[in-house]
Design a protein around this ligand. Sequence first.
Ligand SMILES: Nc1ncnc2c1ncn2[C@@H]1O[C@H](COP(=O)(O)OP(=O)(O)OP(=O)(O)O)[C@@H](O)[C@H]1O
Length: 817
Amino acid sequence: MAKKKPVKKTSKTPRVPKFKKPDFTLTRQHKIVLGSLLMLFAIALFIAFISFFFTWKMDQSELGQLDRISETQNWMQKFGANISHFFIYKGFGIASIIFSVLLFRSGLNLFLSSQKKLFNNWFWGCIIVIWVSIFSGFFFSSLPLLGGTIGYEINSFLQDYIGGIGIGLLLLFGAITYAVVRLKLTPENVTEYFKKKSEAIKEDFATDETIPEPTLNVDETTATTTPENATIEEATGKKTEVEKSDFELSIENLQPTIKNHSDREKEATKPQKLDTSFEVEIPPEEETEIEVEKILEEKTVTENLSDKLVKEHGEFDPKLELGNFRFPTIELLKDYTNGSSITINQEELEENKNQIVTTLRNYKIEIASIKATVGPTVTLYEIIPEAGVRISKIKNLEDDIALSLAALGIRIIAPMPGKGTIGIEVPNKKPAIVSMRSAIASKKFQEAEMQLPIAFGKTISNETLVVDLAKMPHLLMAGATGQGKSVGLNCILTSLLYKKHPAEVKFVLVDPKKVELTLFNKIERHYLAKLPDSEEAIITDNSKVINTLNSLCIEMDNRYDMLKNALCRNIVEYNAKFKARKLNPNDGHKFLPYIVLVVDEFADLIMTAGKEVETPIARLAQLARAIGIHLIIATQRPSVNVITGMIKANFPARVAFRVMSKIDSRTILDNSGADQLIGRGDMLYTQGNDLIRIQCAFVDTPEVEKITDFIGAQKAYPDAHILPEYVGEESGISLDIDISDRDKLFRQAAEVIVIAQQGSASLLQRKLKLGYNRAGRIIDQLEAAGIVGQFEGSKARQVLVPDILALEQLLENEKNE
Ligand SMILES: Nc1ncnc2c1ncn2[C@@H]1O[C@H](COP(=O)(O)OP(=O)(O)OP(=O)(O)O)[C@@H](O)[C@H]1O
């Protein structure tokens, strides 16, 4: 019994599939049968189509008649005549043959069980059918059979709407699309292909010459496979064992089917190089396409990433955020000259000349020639004395000439640098105001290719003096009260507002007088920079200046780090690199605006804060030039305890308005002269060498107000430019914070700091998402708890607890105490 059971089972099992639901997946046999059917049907169609072109006229009367009596001439008889009529006559004309090809291809696919998807072939095949049909209908309209009814109809439809030229262009467009999308042809890879071809031919010639007996045995090559040998052979030209990669072998195996026997002889005489030229020529067509694509890909990979980014997105534009920002218009400025700028008073000129000549003659100084240049406030008389007159003699007559001309502010420049004359500056009786409008409108300013151009005013020869603050690189301004300092500062700021976009320059304004610069509050979110926790951008409180200056020092250090990482020497190089997208913002790089620090009443500041201010100012003055921080310091009292040696050494560019004494003039200019100015914007400017007398451009408060209103009304950044945080030293002192007063996040913050081993408020801000003030408070509490060390300027505080375990112990001990 036990033996019989398995026998029964085995006899039953073969039957089970018969009763199960049919399996629709095609077996290999099914595929062969179906594939052959399709191929044969395609051949039948092909034959029918071809014969249709010869027999269609004769068969026309027989169409649709399926009885056996009627006779048809088509090689495929009634079937052929009818189906051809349907496809060719009523359909697409000669293009219908393509259907038979597609059908054959599909059959072959099935027959060979190929995994290839033929959707693309059918899709593009249909497109070609339509294109050929229209093409034939258009160009062979006398042979309607070529285009078929569809070709004819589409053509006549298009003729009505776009005409013959339109159809021609449409067909051309179709052909281009096919070539580009389907055949992946681009002008580049076509030229590449021809280049390759010509190179291969050249190399053939070369190798033909070097190899006397090229005997390449195809059979031998198939035996081994190490690609290196093949390249050695190429390089040396010697005949060695030629070993090839799989890919090359597969190509070679294909050769006989394509080239066949006739080419054998030729083949044998050609060196192995020739095979590579076949890589492009030999089908299958899709493989050729892929190869072309690969070449393109390689190119893009080798391309510089920054170049690619610039190509895709263009250069980085720092102004983009305020892309619609409009610079203030010139109309906002007033024209004080009322049309007539400088009036030359001939009488006055003559009178002054005579006075100078007679005064000098009284001292037995004869003049060979005299020439006058009329400036806005002073006229320059240039004299050439007779030979043998000592220059110092004339220089000593300054007061005498002033007396005889009965005029204030006579200055003698002996000799005039680079001119070979002696200059005597005599104030005009009616000084002309140099309006800011004329300075801004001047060609010199408008076309100035400078980083921070400033139109100061007009020189004695009526030229607008435009200087670059970035080149100065810092400016010291002095002048007694009421002589034009504040106007001078406004003139500088206005110049920058007219030339620089808010993204390019930021001002840090210190105004202890509280009234001079308040107007600039309106442009806080455009142009001003401030400390993170401060309410007002313009600093009026002297104690806050120290924080700001230290913060600028931190900014300076940060910027130097950024420059170092970017391998740049200065801000211009850095920004250019950043714009060219060569610096990654994820590495902390950003576009750096210039920062201009303006301090009005510096003396006041030194009096109240002393060394605390002097040290960061000197540091900034010494180091900040390369990283785009520039200082402008103005003072009423140019005494030596205000303008110390350290400050003077770092401020080569100086402006002196009228001062009260020669000593003051020497303090500010290292030269006398400022005491002889006439005030009201009359100034001397030096950038380390010559003194230039300038009439400062005049810009009145209402004008500044109009400009700031104009800018202030425009879209701004969300906030003023934020400077790095600086926690003053005083915040670290006398910290005896009660444990119960601690922040809720104290413990969490302590853990963050201990894990990171970095005691900085900004770390807490980032990790715990805190505001600046709260993070600063927690840092103070951590210091009081002995977790972090004391404040160390720009550096992060030292963490005094080595790990979490020690922290827990410390906090536990605290509780127990
Ligand atoms: N460039 C100028 N052209 C014509 N007039 C000027 C010029 N600069 C200043 N003034 C005149 O001098 C006056 C005082 O100028 P300003 O307020 O700039 O002096 P200051 O040196 O800043 O004085 P203080 O130090 O007391 O503030 C102005 O109101 C103006 O009338």
